[in-house]
Design a protein around this ligand. Structure first.
Ligand code: A2P
Length: 315
């Protein structure tokens, strides 16, 4: 595995040999902090060595990310956009065959970029064309037509608007459906299906590795986990670093969000030490639960369609 000039290991993608730094910077913030604060946090992260950025049409962070990239270029933090790995995601309201390419073009405009490194389908459901509310209202949900949406994703890659395409929040079953019809298989899935993805040559990237603490769907269960805290203490690290290091040691990529300079640095400091067997065993024994229950599907608007539609009853 190669690494960036700041020592972040890079995962190499299939035939094109694209390189993705395995640690990415998350830009989804809840509650929102505003465009300027987002841009400044991203700029600071570029200074510290982050080169992989994760955004989505839905996050409202495409524009600030685009501005941060422009500024990083103009002040010489980076010499070329090619030094960055940029991911964005297709929102459910655009997950219709004829809306995919225009949606990507809009995202590129927001990002002020000619091409993306990775374009993901954000969720395996569609909603009424052109509706962008979140959470999605029950009456606006539609099943996704995988055939036309994936064909349009492939078209995006053929048009060189993106180097790679992939999915997010897809279960094994839904990935199987995509693989059955794909000419270009998904390169990345941002969900937890390790064995399946490995067997199918799909690189898995974990999001919310620290439990999305502070959001309405997250909790402090990771950062306050006694086992992680104990291991952290013994190693002179933090629980956050132990969590990130563990993910890295599983051969999985990770997107972590921090807009705080010290924590940004801390989260980069996971590549020059390792967990020992006993520590890995203790972490493996931690009880696990489904992480994303209801992100898009519960809200102040009332009960929504069950997440079983998305997970097919499995993790
Ligand atoms: P902040 O941006 O103030 O650092 P996740 O990546 O799982 O979604 O978690 C993001 C949350 O975790 C944010 O609230 C972020 O807050 C916080 N966070 C990020 N890095 C760390 C860290 N090293 N220690 C403690 N909290 C962290």
């Amino acid at each position: 595995m190669g690494s960036t000039s700041f020592g972040i290991p890079e995962h190499r993608f299939g035939s094109n040999g694209e390189k993705m730094p395995v640690l990415g910077f998350g830009t989804a913030v809840f509650p929102p902090v505003g465009a300027e604060a987002t841009k400044m946090a991203i700029l600071q992260s570029i200074k510290l060595g982050y080169r992989h950025f994760d955004t989505a049409a839905k996050y409202g962070s495409e524009q600030p990310l685009g501005e941060a990239i422009q500024e990083a270029l103009s002040i010489g933090l980076i010499q070329s956009r090619d030094e960055l790995f940029i991911t964005t995601k297709l929102w459910c309201g655009d997950a219709h065959g004829d809306l995919v390419v225009p949606a990507l073009k809009r995202s590129l405009q927001n990002l002020k970029l000619e091409y993306l490194d990775l374009f993901l389908i954000h969720w395996p459901v569609s909603c009424k064309p052109g509706t962008y509310e979140f959470p999605i209202k029950e009456e606006n949900f539609l099943p996704m037509d995988f055939n036309s949406v994936w064909a349009a994703m492939e078209e995006c890659q053929r048009l060189n608007l993106t180097k790679s395409i992939g999915v997010s929040n897809f279960s094994c079953k839904k990935l199987t459906d995509i693989l059955a019809i794909a000419n270009i298989p998904p390169a990345v899935n941002q969900k937890k299906l390790r064995e399946f993805c490995r067997a199918n040559g799909i690189f898995l990237t974990a999001y919310s590795p620290l439990g999305a603490n502070g959001t309405f769907w997250g909790s402090d269960r990771v950062l306050e986990c006694e086992v992680l805290k104990e291991i952290a203490k013994a190693k002179g690290k933090t629980a956050a670093q132990v969590s990130l290091r563990w993910i890295y040691e599983q051969g999985v990529g990770v997107i972590v969000k921090s807009f705080n300079g010290e924590r940004m640095k801390q989260n980069l400091g996971i590549f020059d030490w390792s967990l020992d067997e006993d520590e890995l065993k203790k972490i493996d024994e931690l009880p696990q639960s489904r992480g994303v229950t209801g992100v898009a599907y519960t809200s102040k608007y009332g009960p929504f369609r069950t997440v079983e539609d998305i997970w097919d009853g499995e993790m």
